[in-house]
Design a protein around this ligand. Structure first.
Ligand code: ATP
Length: 314
């Protein structure tokens, strides 16, 4: 992946906006991709993620999506404190004399989905993925398909809260998806067209489950098939023969064949599966280690207090 500008900004550099004069101090780079470089920045003691690009059109389309989600949330009275909301949009004049567009968004302190599951344990899989379906549903209700759903574009914060980053592939419903990753793409698997709809993302979501649980077998499958023999049935068979995914194979088949009308419907069906399987729901998510530790300490203090009370007596 290459960005169209090669320079970076060292810690302490100041990025200031040409039009609104917002000024941000660079802490460190967070990542980089085809559309730009993302930096952790600080302004008035708050941290943000700032995406600096070289193509104003590409960046503007990401800004449009973020604005549209924000407006949709406002309409529903949802809290602005959640989600990847926009903080600022402006242009930066760099040392090379050129102007680069940037936007500033909430900083997501999290790990990529696969790193999170590796660190916290696979038992978080149902919870995190269920929450992700909720995120997709929100986006769809604002009229957008995410388009390029893949492991790298999902950051997971504490308690299994996923956040979608990189709206470069987001496409208004009814338009053609332009930015996608082959293995997650419905067109690549001859399972439908590339016209953005809720089902397009749900297909990628199903592949994401396979990628997380059966990454190696998925890669082998896709490299071993000819373009015309790639079908959703091959993916469904892979799910059915996976010990981790077998209980979910009915759900995955529906997502692969575009049989869910919406992400909400898909989420409701996922939740039913979680209840049946006894998987931890949001409310009863597995207790983090620190919480277990805290419980042990509190129990020890209580026991000591009772002992002392009994000993000293009235
Ligand atoms: N709000 C955020 N908070 C924390 N990290 C972020 C945030 N946004 C982006 N990142 C990090 O920066 C990386 C690159 O960002 P992004 O994917 O948006 O760039 P891109 O140029 O569009 O990449 P791609 O070529 O994959 O489309 C992400 O993978 C993520 O690790």
């Amino acid at each position: 992946m290459t960005t169209s500008f090669e320079w970076s900004l060292p810690r302490g550099s100041i990025i200031s906006g040409k039009w609104k004069q917002g000024s941000y101090r660079v802490e460190r780079p967070l990542g980089e991709g085809a559309n730009g470089k993302v930096f952790l920045v600080e302004r008035a003691k708050y941290y943000y993620a700032l995406k600096l690009g070289s193509d104003a059109v590409d960046l503007q389309s990401e800004v449009n999506v973020l604005q549209s989600i924000y407006k949709q949330k406002q309409k529903r009275g949802a809290s602005a404190g959640q989600g990847l909301f926009l903080v600022d949009v402006d242009d930066y004049r760099a040392a090379d004399g050129k102007e680069y567009p940037f936007y500033v968004m909430r900083y997501i302190k999290g790990k990529t989905l696969s790193d999170y599951l590796q660190a916290q344990g696979k038992e978080w899989f149902p919870v995190v993925l269920y929450n992700l379906l909720g995120k997709l549903a929100e986006l769809h209700e604002a009229g957008w398909s995410f388009g390029d759903l893949k492991i790298e574009n999902i950051l997971v914060a504490d308690y299994g809260r996923p956040e979608l980053v990189d709206y470069g592939g987001a496409t208004a419903f009814g338009k053609g998806v332009r930015q996608f990753t082959e293995i997650y793409d419905r067109g690549y698997w001859n399972a439908g067209d590339r016209i953005a709809d809720a089902r397009y993302d749900l297909f990628s979501f199903a592949v994401l489950c396979l990628q997380l649980q059966e990454g190696r077998r998925l890669a082998q499958l896709s490299s071993g098939l000819l373009p015309q023999t790639r079908t959703p049935d091959e993916l469904a068979k892979l799910a059915a023969t996976s010990s981790a995914l077998k209980p979910l194979s009915g759900w995955l088949r529906k997502a692969l064949y575009g049989e869910f009308a919406s992400a909400r419907e898909a989420a409701a069906s996922w939740q039913q599966w979680m209840h049946k399987a006894g998987a931890p729901s949001k409310a009863s998510a597995p207790a983090p280690r620190w919480l277990k530790g805290l419980f042990a300490v509190s129990a020890a203090i209580l026991a000591t207090t009772i002992y002392l009370l009994l000993r000293t007596g009235p």
